[in-house]
Design a protein around this ligand. Structure first.
Ligand SMILES: [Zn+2]
Length: 580
């Protein structure tokens, strides 16, 4: 009888963000991470996108818990939405759990068991043992997860880099990774975000030297530093430099303060007493004595600086020779707004500096090579990132000797089944590598056992859009309406019909928002009235009195507006029947 384990990504395998992968045995399912992603600019009113967990809802009795690799939004951000329905325990390192608990409290999600697990510890969740292995990333307390299954060890790297000189975090536990490689690893789910970047990622220590140069060069200027809210390594370095150059610091941004406070309580960041001051005291300091450290709400590191550039920030106005330093930021599809901000800052006389575009929290090509070489996994599943990044991670894995047929480029929803059949000698290792990737299978003989892996099915997943704080299934029509409304506005046509005679009981009333210039649209209005009136007469003549009239009016009016103006507003017809 074969032991089988299934790996099912619900998110994180096509675009950046929304990371969530299920590991399933006969009796248990655990989820690794539960992240959100941010919608592009063209989805008005949508605040987040979260994974579709219908499969977990259908298998709720098997679902034993969620294990987290680290506290970034794209790994924990969907928890408040999903835990509202699926009340399973959540396990993570102390900082990750502190951030999760704060988020659950903010969302009013109660009754969830959360457990803080130290780096290096091992826990049991359902059928699985899960080991938390130190990993270096851009937020402290990150881990890789070694999941011990009946078929073998599955290592999920989370986000990681092999930084030998991290600042606040710790080095990835390379000796433990090597030991696991010696023991034998079944499969690795690897961070592919930087697979297309050659060499090794820059160390945070390198960034310190760069920042120090900036502090020294702009000694007498007011410094406004825009950074990623959760990058405590970077924030610690800025604090250290503020101390060195005798500056006070104002911190702005809800998420940054939230993570900073949790990290400070756990001793992961250190700040000299009285360094942090309120924004309303900045006028008490000379330009060279103050730093303004800004970020935004979740996923929007440039939100605060955009407000400052527009002059709508309550605490600070840009003045000539202010230095705005962008250090580790995320733009997330808001490029237009970002460019507007840069232009506006420079117009107001600020000096805009970009620093550290090459210091990343994710492993580059050589680090991935080292990881694969140390682990010697049977199977590799490149994770986290767009197809071409994962495709490059596959190439890297083949370079260190992992056969291409044992590397799976999965899509969200794909079901990868790995099974181990004891007592057989034959192997199916010879299966052609020329098969298309979706039907690829791989088999390996290990002593008298046969390991086989194949993508055996696919879960149909929907994008779940979060509308404010509601969890709402995507409704493409709704998004299309919003896009139409924001692009071309709305036209409302009100018609009153006498029920007995079928004639118009009053004139046709046309109002609009965001579309017609009331003073210059008389020609269009006249044409609309004529066309609508003709359409109503046609329906009445056919004895139609129901909602088909409204639909017909909307179609005719929409077509006429398109023809005359080239625009496509939302058209709403309100048809009322009156007795008198
Ligand atoms: Zn991360």
């Amino acid at each position: 009888m074969a032991d089988t384990v299934r790996i099912i990504p619900l998110g994180g395998f096509d675009k950046i963000g929304m990371n969530m992968t299920l590991i399933e045995s006969k009796d248990s399912i655990i989820a690794v991470d539960c992240g959100m992603s941010f919608p592009p600019d063209n989805m008005p009113g949508v605040t987040a996108m979260i994974p579709d967990v219908s499969y977990l809802e259908e298998n709720v009795d098997k679902f034993k818990g969620i294990v987290l690799t680290h506290g970034h939004e794209d790994h924990i951000g969907a928890l408040p939405y999903i835990l509202g329905q699926l009340k399973v325990p959540v396990y993570g390192t102390p900082l990750t759990i502190a951030l999760v608990e704060k988020r659950l409290c903010d969302f009013g999600v109660k009754g969830i068991k959360t457990k803080a697990i130290k780096q290096g510890a091992t826990i049991v969740v359902g059928d699985f043992k899960v080991e938390f292995i130190k990993a270096s990333h851009s937020i402290p307390d990150s881990v890789m997860l070694a999941i011990y299954t009946s078929v073998g060890i599955i290592l999920s790297t989370g986000d990681f880099k092999l930084d030998m000189t991290p600042v606040t975090g710790k080095m990835s536990d390379i000796s433990r990774i090597t030991a696991l490689g010696t023991k034998g690893v079944l499969a690795v789910l690897s961070d592919s975000t930087n697979a297309m970047t050659e060499g090794f990622s820059r160390s945070e220590l390198y960034v310190f030297e760069q920042l120090d140069t900036m502090f020294s060069r702009y000694r007498g200027n007011r410094l406004i530093i825009v950074t990623f809210a959760t990058n405590m390594d970077r924030i610690q370095q800025i604090i250290n430099l503020a101390d060195k150059y005798g500056r006070k610091m104002v911190m702005e941004g809800e998420l940054m303060l939230e993570v900073f406070s949790a990290a400070q309580k756990l001793g992961y960041v250190e700040v000299p007493e009285e360094m942090i001051v309120d924004s309303d005291t900045i006028n008490n300091y000379a330009d060279g004595e103050i730093i303004f450290l800004t970020t935004g709400s979740h996923g929007k590191s440039v939100q605060c600086i955009s407000e400052i550039a527009r002059g709508s920030h309550p605490g600070i106005r840009i003045k000539e020779n202010d230095v705005v330093l962008f250090s580790s930021i995320a733009i997330h599809g808001n490029e237009v707004e970002f460019n507007r901000t840069l232009n506006s800052l420079e117009e107001q006389g600020a000096i805009v500096v970009f620093q550290d575009l090459h210091a990343t929290g994710h492993a580059c090509a050589e680090e991935l090579k080292l990881l694969f070489a140390l682990l010697h996994p049977r199977f590799v599943i490149p994770a986290h990132g767009e197809y071409r990044y994962r495709r490059e991670a596959k190439r890297i894995a083949t370079e260190v000797g992992i056969p291409a047929r044992n590397i799976f480029l999965m899509d969200n929803g794909d079901i990868l089944e790995i099974s181990r059949t004891p007592g057989k000698k034959e192997t199916c290792d010879a299966i052609s590598t020329a098969l298309p990737e979706k039907t690829q299978t791989a088999g390996l003989e290990k002593g008298t056992e046969v390991l086989a892996a194949a993508i055996t099915g696919h879960l149909p997943l929907c994008d779940i859009l979060v509308d404010g704080n509601e969890r709402t299934m995507i409704d493409r029509a709704l998004i299309r309406d919003r896009q139409q409304l924001s692009g071309s506005g709305v036209v409302v046509i009100e018609v009153c019909i006498h029920k007995k005679t079928g004639r118009l009981a009053s004139g046709i009333n046309i109002t609009s928002r965001g579309f017609l210039d009331e003073n210059n649209s008389q020609g269009l209005r006249d044409e609309l009235e004529t066309a609508v009136s003709r359409e109503i007469s046609r329906f009445i003549g056919q004895g139609v009195h129901d909602e088909r009239i409204a639909k017909g009016v909307e179609t005719v009016a929409g077509a006429l507006i398109g023809e005359m103006t080239g625009k496509n507003p939302v058209v709403i017809a309100l048809v009322t029947n009156v007795m008198i």
